[in-house]
Design a binder for this molecule. Structure first.
Ligand code: SF4
Ligand code: SF4
Length: 193
């Protein structure tokens, strides 16, 4: 079915036909790995990764996945709804995810640019380790450097929770994320932290 055909159907049918109905699917994550936390390395680095973009939430980071609950979380002003291009994740559709909001970016952040996370301060993240998005929580800091695409030296840190993993986990929840994106369109909430 084409997108045009799907759009001609009722909203319920649109989601049923355009998005696969999938069960909740959580990938295993090891939050207890001591390598995930090395405040010394991150303090010396000053948050290089957090200056590029807010990290990704997993559905597992939320007590429940429902419109009302996620709305109450997004209203805190530090979570954005982002779209991940299908080509980036080798998928047949673009995927909506939740991530920590970037400074000077709207809640509906469909054009995610390289800008610092709204929660980054001169002394680190405003969230304690337990409440950080999985994308940040699972990052393994490293003191070593590698060269990026532009030939700049960047820390060689590694996250076992990839953007593909994040999209895989959010795919069953596209309908509620679309409803939230519609609700938050042109709405703004200041960061409550
Ligand atoms: S995880 Fe790596 S890039 Fe991010 S703050 Fe720590 S050392 Fe820097
Ligand atoms: S939420 Fe915290 S760990 Fe994640 S990017 Fe923002 S400042 Fe960094």
């Amino acid at each position: 079915m084409t997108l045009k055909e799907a759009l001609e159907q009722s909203e319920e049918h649109f989601f049923d036909s355009f998005y696969r109905k999938l069960p909740y699917r959580s990938l295993g994550k090891d939050y207890s790995n001591p390598d995930n936390v090395n405040g010394e390395i991150c303090a010396k680095c000053g948050g290089e990764c957090c200056k590029r973009c807010g990290c990704e939430f997993s559905p597992d980071d939320f007590k429940e996945i429902s419109f009302d609950y996620l709305k109450s979380q997004i209203e805190k002003g530090y979570i954005s709804i982002a779209i991940i291009d299908s080509e980036l994740i080798y998928n047949d559709i673009d995927i909506l995810i939740l991530r920590a909001r970037n400074k000077n970016s709207p809640i509906i952040d469909f054009f995610t640019s390289n800008s610092p996370c709204i929660l980054l301060t001169s002394t680190g993240c405003k969230l304690d380790y337990e409440h950080r998005p999985s994308g940040g929580k699972l990052m393994v800091p490293s003191e070593n450097y590698s060269e990026n695409f532009f030939g700049c030296k960047v820390h060689k840190c590694f996250s076992p929770y990839t953007i593909e993993d994040c999209c895989y986990e959010w795919e069953p929840h596209q309908k509620v994320l679309h409803e939230l994106a519609t609700y938050f369109f042109k709405k703004d909430y200041p960061c409550s932290l």
